[in-house]
Design a protein around this ligand. Structure first.
Ligand code: SAH
Length: 397
């Protein structure tokens, strides 16, 4: 760290930082002084060069760094990480005590005071996600803080920053006693198999916990359920346990077939009775139309962006088309649960897209429910993109 690293930000941005904004973007800067390396602590100053905050430099797709404190006296050292992590863990006390749910997010980036860093807990194991080479330079501090604050079987890590273009696939084990994967975690008493050392993903996206619960408890009894972009079939498990007559899971990735079977099996669901298609969702809709298949409940949970051999799906551009396509295989009074994690889009913009798609298909509907991130995915109100998850439950009419 060099004391000479100084970034001058526009006064307007300086004011926002004082109020709580933590993400730094390149266009907020007027000038940079010092030869800054990833991970360096930078003094953010206003146009008159008055101190505003301390931040670290870390390149992510979202921005170029994160504010860590607006207090000039606070040192960014091992103790800073310990205090910040401890506060976050204390906020999750009720999650730690739960017997029904044994997996949750214990540290959520800018929502808990350190952007670019998230930590999840899976039944005694911790997984750290590093989103930039900059935050990764603090690995020792974060590991030491974890070791001093909590008991664990083992810590794993995911390096989610670009080095020669991609997620860095290697052994993700950090310390402790290696797990034998899959381990089974509980979520509202449903079982999910997770593997913490198998590439970028673990087998479950914890941010959909409340939506899975709603699917199981409210929307599926006696229903035919279609789960699109199904990944490991987490929603299909919830649907089947909630009394769906049949679930159909559709995902283009080959691994989704064995992974979905596994998730069903660890819940004692007969996987032979459920349908799993390794297929592009848009192809599946055509297939279903030909076969005259209709569904009472359709779950849409696509990635923000994905490219398959035939199609490119971009949530920002293609969601209207997606919803109008699936509406054509949804029962007249059926339900569509539409979800997006596209951070740059607001709830209002997302709803406008759904409206456009359904209007085009000449279908009227009402919005029954909306979901945002669960409590453990703590957001920073001053960084709107941290509130990325938007889920709308639509009833067709
Ligand atoms: N809904 C899932 C998470 C989805 S992750 C859950 O609840 O856990 C996104 C998934 O979309 C990936 O598994 C990816 O393989 C799949 N995918 C991306 N583009 C697709 C497409 N055009 N058709 C089908 N699946 C697609």
């Amino acid at each position: 760290m060099s004391r000479n690293n100084k970034w001058i930000v526009k006064n307007k941005i300086a004011e926002q930082i004082k109020k709580g904004l933590s993400l730094l973007t390149a266009d907020a800067l007027i000038s940079k002084k010092g030869n800054v390396q990833e991970g360096d602590i930078i003094h953010i100053v206003d146009e008159r060069e008055h101190f505003v905050a301390k931040a670290y430099y870390g390149e992510q797709n979202k921005g170029i760094g994160w504010v860590l404190t607006t207090d000039k006296q606070t040192k960014i050292d091992e103790s800073f990480f310990k205090v910040t992590l401890k506060k976050a863990f204390n906020r999750r006390a009720t999650f730690y005590q739960s017997e029904d749910t044994t997996a949750f997010r214990v540290f959520n980036g800018e929502g808990d005071g350190i952007g670019g860093l998230t930590i999840e807990y899976f039944a005694g194991y911790y997984v750290i996600n590093w989103y930039s080479a900059g935050i990764y330079t603090y690995k020792q501090d974060v590991i030491q803080a974890l070791e001093s604050l909590v008991d664990f079987h083992a810590i794993y890590e995911k390096k989610r920053f670009k080095q020669k273009g991609a997620y860095i696939e290697d052994d993700d084990f950090v310390t402790g006693t290696r797990g034998e994967f899959p381990i089974i975690i509980k979520e509202n008493n449903m079982n999910y198999a997770v593997d913490l050392n198998d590439g970028a993903m673990t087998g479950i996206f914890l941010d959909q916990r409340e939506v899975r619960k709603a699917v199981r408890d409210t929307y599926v009894e006696g229903k035919r359920v279609l789960n699109t972009f199904s990944y490991t079939g987490a929603f299909s498990v919830a649907a089947s346990l909630g009394g769906a007559v049949q679930t159909t899971s559709v995902d283009v990735a080959k691994r989704s077939l064995p992974k979905t079977k596994e998730q069903l099996q660890v819940n004692n669901i007969d996987d032979e009775q459920e349908k799993i298609h390794v297929m592009d969702v848009f192809e599946y809709v055509k297939y279903a139309r030909r076969k005259k298949l209709v569904f009472d409940l359709v779950i849409l949970d696509p990635p923000s962006f994905a490219r398959t051999k035939k199609y490119t799906f971009s949530a920002a551009k293609d969601y209207a088309k997606l919803v109008s396509e699936v509406a054509s295989i949804t029962e007249k009074n059926g339900i569509i649960i539409a979800s997006t994690n596209h951070a740059a889009q607001s709830m209002k913009q997302f709803k406008a897209q759904l409206n456009k798609g359904l209007n085009k298909a000449n279908i009227s509907y009402q919005i029954k429910e909306e979901y945002r991130l669960p409590e453990d995915f703590r957001i920073n109100q001053h960084d709107p993109q941290s509130n990325y998850l938007k889920v709308v439950v639509l009833e067709l009419m």
